[in-house]
Every structure is written in C-alpha cells, then in structure tokens.
Design a protein around this ligand. Sequence first.
Ligand code: CA
Ligand code: CA
Ligand code: CA
Length: 287
Amino acid sequence: MRGLQALMSGAAGILALAAGAPLRADVVVLGPAKDNTIWEDATGMTANGAGQHLFCGRSGIRGGPPRIRRALIQFDVAGAIPAGSTITAVTVTMNMSKSIAFAQTCTLTRINRDWGEGASDALAEEGDGAQAVPPDATWLHTMYDTAFWPGPGGDFAAAPSASVPVNGVAFYTWGPADGLTADVQAWLDDPASNHGWVLRGNELGLSTSTRWDSREHPEPERRPTLRIEYSAPCEVDYTADGLIDFSDYLEFLVAYDGSSPTADLDKDGDVDLTDYVRFLDLYERGC
Ligand SMILES: [Ca+2]
Ligand SMILES: [Ca+2]
Ligand SMILES: [Ca+2]
C-alpha cells in the first residue's frame, strides 16, 4: 500500500509550488507544404505551381480582359505539432515583391477542399502564369485536369480568417487573429481538413494585382512562413484547465493511491515511485 497519507506528509515541499504555472508555450515556424496561383480563365488552363511567385488581385487591360488571380497556400500543421496541443497564437508572413497597385486589403480565407501543385513554372515576371500541369489547381480545377471546384474560382469559407492593409513592396504579417488560431487548431485536430488558405486582394478594380514570393523562391528568407505558438498536451494537468497547480497534485495523489492507469506516467504498466518522481519533475517544469 503506497499510503496516501504518507505521500501527503512527505510532500509538504510541493506546497511551495501551489501557486500554479501556465503550461509551457512552444513555438514552431513552418514553410509551406505547397503553394500555387489560379488565374481567372474560362478554360482552366493556367497555374504556376513551381514558380517562385504567387499573385492576387486583378490585372489591368493588357491584350485581353482583366483577370483575377488568387494564391493558394498550405502548411503541414499536424506534421509539426503534437496531437492534442492547444494553439494559442498564429501569424502568417509573406513578402510582397512587386506591384503597381494602390493600397488595398489582402485577406486569408480557409480553403474547403484539397487542391494540387504541379510543375507549371511561368516565364519572366510570371504574371501571366503558365500552362497547368497535373495536379495543378486552376480557376476550374482542384487538380488539373480531372478534379473540379464546385464552381469557378475555388471553394472557400464565407468569411476571411485575417486581413491586412497592403501598400507597397514589403513583408506583411496576418494575425495574430482568432480566425487563424481557429483554422490551425481545426487542422491539427483533423488533419484531413487542412487545405490551407487562399490569399485574395482587390478583385473589383483594375491593375490591383500584387506579386508575392512563393516557397520556391531561391532566397529562403523571402518565402512564406507560418508561426504557431502552442501548448503541448500536459499529462500532469489532471484538471485540464491549462494550469499546473495544487489541484492537479491532489488528483494525481488520488490516482496514484488507487493505482489508476492515469498515474502511470512512464507507461510501463505499473504505478510506482518512478511515476511519482516523473510527476514532480513535470509539475515543477510546468510540463
Ligand atoms: Ca509552389
Ligand atoms: Ca490543472
Ligand atoms: Ca509506471
């Protein structure tokens, strides 16, 4: 018998930690898993999967009608963050490297279905895109040339998750924003739902197009990044309130005294002193 009383009397020192500490926060910075641009195009032939730039906004009248461009971008959240973590802050940073447009708002909106990035690679300044290559997304296709959006132009959430004013060549950061945090949390909890965001600018004016650097840009520091702050799941937060405090210690003692599997912190099938020591260690470190 381990003796709850004996443990309690022998653990008076832990009272010194009773004030409670928030879970330790971790940060990860990711590059895109894929990115692409779709051009408004009745035949769904245009993309830039392997190009070093992305585009949004709308072109001017130049050898044809103006065309909307939308950039698609996705990050592998579940591959970088432990399942069960709590996402606390999210920002997306991208470099706008060329434009003649006036000030406008650029938005990030969650994409509703899977899409592709092929080997298409536009020439020169890349503004006209290239012939799509399977499995490129296009204005009509999620994946050229066999899978389609429900309608032209893509399939996105009704409301943007974040927006920023854009005016001139510079790095821009979206967030922290509740919408971005909610998206990333949802993608962590259900990785199959992670289809990334669409970047959109002013799609009503003329010559509002902006050019951004993609994950294929030769200078790594100019590529898009997703910065995520999160708290990994904490096995000693027994009360699941995001704090490590004395109430967790009391719950652990009850579990320990009852030889409950929840007290088997080293997962060796036995509840014993090594679990108790592990609890104290995690408790003191805030997980
Ligand atoms: Ca790309
Ligand atoms: Ca707790
Ligand atoms: Ca054990």
